[in-house]
Design a protein around this ligand. Sequence first.
Ligand code: OGA
Ligand code: NI
Length: 359
Amino acid sequence: MLKTQTDWPEPIIRVQSLSEGCKDSIPERYIKPPIDRPFVQNSCYDGINNIPIIDLGGLNGDDLDVRGSILKKISEACREWGFFQIVNHGVSHDLMDKARETWREFFHLPMEVKQQYANSPKTYEGYGSRLGIEKGAILDWSDYYFLHYSPFSLKDYNKWPSSPPSCREVFDEYGRELVKLCGRLMKVLSINLGLEEEKLKNAFGDEIGACMRINFYPKCPRPELTLGLSSHSDPGGMTMLLPDDQVAGLQVRKFHHWITVNPAPYAFIVNIGDQIQVLSNATYKSVEHRVIVNSDKERVSLAFFYNPKSDIPIEPLKDLLTPERPALYPPMTFDEYRLFIRMRGPCGKSQVESMKSPI
Ligand code: OGA
Ligand code: NI
């Protein structure tokens, strides 16, 4: 079994400092093999150049036709894309702006302030610059901050930045709103899977896990050679991404194409993670995505991860199994599951694929 490690294999270099110091080249450690480099020409698939955008206004209203049509759009998006944007989701635009700008401010604090929160691979909480502990690995062009919102036992204000001063208050409110929004979507997914509306949420346990990764992608003088975040699927349940309002960068895989997401104003980008793939016995699939960087603009994004309670076994829901379609995955706790990406770093969908039980 994989064991957690308490320290990084090499000294940590902040990509933000590198970016400030290099004018027209990047260190070799960030240069991806040619097959993984971004390919701008390939970003349009059969004329489709964006993931679905779904208006949630009316989801909890009295008009059953409107509600039915929203459910149907979400169902199609989950099956065909595993990714969609939502607008009219009920989270205040002001809070979205405040959350993003507060974190942007954090990343612009002096390095010695940020360093006080330097993280380790033991819990990943705090200020980080790599995922995975393999010595000599090729790294991604980004820094991040990782923190827990729930369960209550893991919520530790001392691990959240004390500066900017509004940070803790803003993230508290943001976390509350996003847990609520994810709860609404979980009901929709449950109904769409043909289950009772609380079923999927109940499978996440009595206290869900929620954490956030704030990604900071500094400018990069050679964006064609590297990635801000390598291809991966999210290991958890569902992700709610607040993208940068100025700069695109997220790419979603559609067959062999990479579609660059064009964020709608004040939308959240929702995606299915591996745990929902497992619970739904692959009716819904997590989808690979990655991030490209650019030479003249930095980018900030907030990825909010809504996860199952971390110490209960997650396995395909019994109600979804038939003799023709038996369980594709063995039970595993999320704590155990997420050790893979924490040790090996992002590597496409290799983990959830390798978990399949032999049939
Ligand atoms: C992530 C992620 C995408 C982005 O943090 O898991 O996929 O656009 N982020 O930053
Ligand atoms: Ni992701």
